[in-house]
Design a protein around this ligand. Structure first.
Ligand code: FAD
Ligand code: MLT
Ligand code: ZN
Length: 475
């Protein structure tokens, strides 16, 4: 049912002319999912400027039973941050709630409004000689609220954890408009159930995050960045295990890049260059962030030593040590553009999976067999956060196949990959979440008791199903 004129008038009166958008062209910017795969519609985009406005707005929506889709930077990859196409949901953008509330360098904590872009949160920390370690290729646009709602991962999870590990306190507007203020910077608080973590990763389906207190860290004293080439994934994972042993908790990133992926980036992304003598079957960007300075210089740091041992053990065939920031950026450009490079080929059938690290080679080998059995000419890109057991497994259209025929294979490809993941005890949503895109798939694969518990939680916190309806868990 569409949103009534009465409700729209109440919303406009509440927010005032600067607090909402109805112009179709201006609204359109909020309605398309990042990859452009799907587009939603809403009669109005709400731009609240405070927790109190969000609360009052939710009360109007609760009264009129209007579904609310919260949106941060709209970089989500599971269609969770855009409305459906029924034109009956309200898009609530947090983009005007982007202020720094408080930063306490002594306490290593910072409180911000949830619409703050991630890169701004990183900057505020840096301005106070502190580190906010979450880092994603979308950090120029994604918001801390969206990071919390999706429990974002990124490239530093090995050392600093997911967003869940970085949140100390939350302020959330609940489905009845009440404000839960759980903002605090305590590192220990076992007084009752863990309310904070119910909302982290809930993708807007349980409440709207309006402010957050996050952990800060000391800035690293030295960073080693090395780009390696290796011939098979087994050896790559044995190298990872060795590095964990030899570098301990300073090991911060282990991001893998397959041959086909590196070739696509070099072909489609400007200002990229090969950083090794050759292109190998596999590559990895590896980083160690050290809490103490390296007395003997970056080229003989613990990671460089461990990589030398990796050569001895015949685990790698080539390596380059970054001795300047520009070299470091060259290495990261090859990794962070793996998604962008695909767009030139017409975005693929993408998966965001995780298994235990040691099982990655088995997954990649078996998945390739299953995908090629569906269509032999398919190009496959397994890449990303191998250190967390998380790969982006993107299946790309063969050059001699038209888009429609290729995407007609989507369900078959998804079933093949997701059934394999289920058999291996892995996850089909390692870091991007479920959104609208994977809600059915999750119900198909998760045990009934998991779904029933999620539904119980959803019903008790959002009995009228107005919080991001049909995302994550269907009412
Ligand atoms: P949006 O897309 O606006 O929303 C995402 C979800 O959160 C939606 O369900 C929305 O309803 C909900 N939401 C947003 N704000 C709030 C709020 N304040 N309260 C309640 N719910 C809210 N993700 C990773 O984890 N790791 C990566 O390495 C990574 N790399 C990426 C690279 C690129 C190029 C792109 C485009 C995306 C990448 N992502 C990655 C996915 C995406 O950036 C993350 O999921 C990010 O956390 C989304 O933040 P956002 O502000 O854009 O959220
Ligand atoms: C990444 O790690 O590059 C993203 O999570 C994957 C993507 O953008 O598809
Ligand atoms: Zn990722």
């Amino acid at each position: 049912m569409t949103i009534s004129e009465t409700a729209l008038t109440e919303i406009k009166d509440l927010l005032g002319p600067k607090g909402y958008i109805t112009d179709p062209a201006a609204k359109a910017l909020f309605m398309a999912e990042w990859r452009g795969r799907s587009v939603g519609s809403s009669p109005l985009v709400a731009l609240p400027r405070s927790t109190e406005e969000v609360s009052a707005l939710v009360k109007i929506c609760a009264k009129h039973k209007i579904g609310i889709v919260p949106q941060g930077g709209n970089t989500g990859l599971v269609e969770g941050g855009i409305p459906d196409d029924s034109n009956s949901q309200l898009l609530l953008s947090l983009s005007k709630m982007d202020k720094l509330v408080e930063i306490d360098p002594l306490d290593y904590s910072m409180t911000i409004e949830s619409g703050m872009p991630l890169y701004k949160a990183q900057e505020h920390a840096r301005d106070h000689n502190r580190l906010f370690p979450l880092s994603l290729a979308s950090e120029g646009t994604c918001t801390v609220g969206g990071n919390i709602a999706t429990n974002a991962g990124g490239i530093h999870v090995m050392k600093y954890g997911n967003m869940r590990d970085l949140v100390l306190g939350l302020e959330v507007v609940l489905a009845n408009g009440e404000i839960w203020n759980g903002l605090q910077s305590l590192r220990k608080d076992n007084a009752g159930l863990d309310l904070r973590n119910i909302f982290v990763g809930s993708e807007g389906a349980l409440g709207i995050v309006t402010r957050a207190t996050v952990k800060l860290f000391p800035r690293p004293r030295a960073v080693e960045t090395i780009f390696v080439g290796f011939e098979d994934l087994d050896k790559g994972l044995r190298l990872l295990s060795k590095l964990r042993e030899e570098c301990g908790t300073s090991l911060t990133a282990f991001e893998i890049i397959p041959k086909a992926g590196l070739e696509l980036v070099l072909k489609n992304i400007p200002d990229t260059r090969q950083v090794l003598d050759n292109i190998y079957q596999w590559h990895a960007v590896i980083e160690c962030w050290h809490d103490t300075s390296l007395n003997d210089g970056i080229e003989s740091g613990p990671l460089a030593q461990a990589i030398a041992d990796g050569f001895e053990a015949d685990l790698i065939v080539d390596a380059a040590v970054a001795t300047s920031d520009s070299q470091k950026q060259d290495f990261w450009k090859l990794r962070e553009n793996l998604s962008e490079a695909q767009r030139e080929e017409g975005t693929g059938i993408k998966h965001d999976i995780s298994v235990s690290c040691a099982k990655l080679p088995k997954f990649v080998a078996e998945a390739e067999k299953r995908v090629l059995a569906i269509h032999p000419g398919t190009r496959i890109l397994p890449y990303g956060h191998a250190g967390d057991g998380n790969l982006h497994y993107d299946v790309i259209r063969p050059l001699d196949m038209d888009k429609d025929s290729f995407f007609a294979l989507k369900q078959q490809m998804n079933d093949a990959i997701h059934d394999l993941i289920a058999d291996m005890g892995g996850s089909i949503a390692a870091e991007h979440g479920i959104g609208a895109l994977k809600a059915d798939e999750m119900e198909r694969l998760k045990p009934a008791i998991d779904i029933s518990l999620m539904r119980t939680l959803k019903h008790s916190l959002d009995p009228h199903n107005i919080m991001n309806p049909n995302r994550v868990i269907k009412a």
